[in-house]
Design a protein around this ligand. Structure first.
Ligand code: T6T
Length: 322
């Protein structure tokens, strides 16, 4: 499967709904075929991760094909993975949509001789994968509670809006937040509700929650789409700035909400680093190296109005294209 050929960087097609795009390299003699399976298409987090993937591929000597389902849904991602396995790439980078449902399909890919690197999310037993690269999601959830404490120091009711249970990244964020909130007697953690990664559902959740609990002081939205919907709901309720919002991720919509004063803090991950490390580790494994450490944790930047326009603040924001 390893071939020697020269390719310049090309984008053959955009990675929308099950779409495919290809990046290549002229820099390196080896040309490994790697497929990057996003958690979902059209998410600036994975677009930014793809920028890191493309940069590392150019350096390491790999051609990248990108795939992503139209929705965050294991029943959509599984057939995408199966068809990628049938195309026999040398390696796959994948953000599994569910810790349990993707276990066997990923094991089947590994059994077929494909090196698998888990990026962003993971599975119940990741031991056969080359490596796992993700943010410190539990720590990020704790940091979100610390941010809410700073914004609403008198305490009160706090709520979490997440995507779906069974997703390693957001589950860890919920747990980090809940563990911190439950230890602090000034705050009443009223639980987590799930938006299925749909901003419209997140908006309905926050609207109903505010109708029931007029005294909510803070909301932690665990990802880009939850934060988008929560911000829209709080704005519509005329509660911007009164109910504090801390969101994970830093897509353009979220940054706009921060600048408008609807959202008070964003926890920006380092998706490009996750992607570039993923390719580096895949290529190392293809060259016969045992990747160590198996688990790589990347950091984050907390964005507020204080740093959003600084060089570091701008660099931490996600991209809509590379
Ligand atoms: O927050 C990221 C990612 O880390 C998570 O696993 C799913 O949602 C995002 O892609 C943002 O939409």
């Amino acid at each position: 499967m390893k071939k020697t050929k020269k390719l310049s960087i090309i984008a053959a097609a955009s990675a929308i709904a099950l779409g495919v795009s290809t990046f290549g390299t002229a820099a390196n003699a080896a040309d490994y075929k790697i497929t990057f399976i996003q958690g979902v298409a059209g998410d600036a987090f994975y677009v930014t991760m793809g920028c890191g993937v493309a940069a590392a591929a150019a350096k390491d000597g790999a051609t990248i094909t990108t795939q992503g389902g139209a929705k965050w849904d294991a029943t959509i991602q599984t057939p995408v993975l199966n068809s990628v396995v049938a195309s026999k790439p040398d390696a796959i980078l994948i953000a599994p949509n569910d810790m349990t449902a993707l276990q066997k399909p990923i094991e089947a890919a590994i059994a077929a001789g494909i090196k698998v690197v888990l990026v962003d999310t993971t599975i119940g037993d990741p031991s056969k994968a080359v490596s796992e690269i993700a943010s410190d999601n539990y720590g990020g959830g704790k940091a979100a509670f610390t941010a809410i404490k700073g914004l609403a120091p008198k305490g009160g009711k706090v709520l979490v809006v997440s995507t779906s249970p069974g997703v390693s990244s957001v589950d860890a964020r919920v747990n980090g937040f809940a563990d911190s909130a439950n230890k602090d007697k000034k705050y009443n953690y009223i639980g987590v509700q799930y938006s299925n990664n749909e901003p419209a559902v997140a908006q309905r959740i926050i609207t109903a929650a505010l109708a029931k609990n007029k005294d909510i002081v803070g909301v932690f939205a665990t990802n880009l789409f939850s934060a988008e919907g929560v911000a829209a709901g709080i704005k519509q309720a005329g509660m911007s700035g009164k109910v504090k919002i801390v969101g994970f991720d830093a897509g353009s919509d979220q940054v706009a909400a921060l600048k408008a004063g609807t959202v008070q803090a964003l926890i920006a991950q380092q998706p490009a680093t996750i992607g570039s490390t993923g390719v580096d580790n895949a290529v190392a494994a293809l060259k016969g190296t045992t990747v160590s450490p198996h688990k790589v944790q990347t950091g984050f930047t907390i964005l507020t109005m204080k740093n959003i326009n600084t060089a570091a603040g701008v660099a931490a924001q996600y991209r809509d294209k590379c």
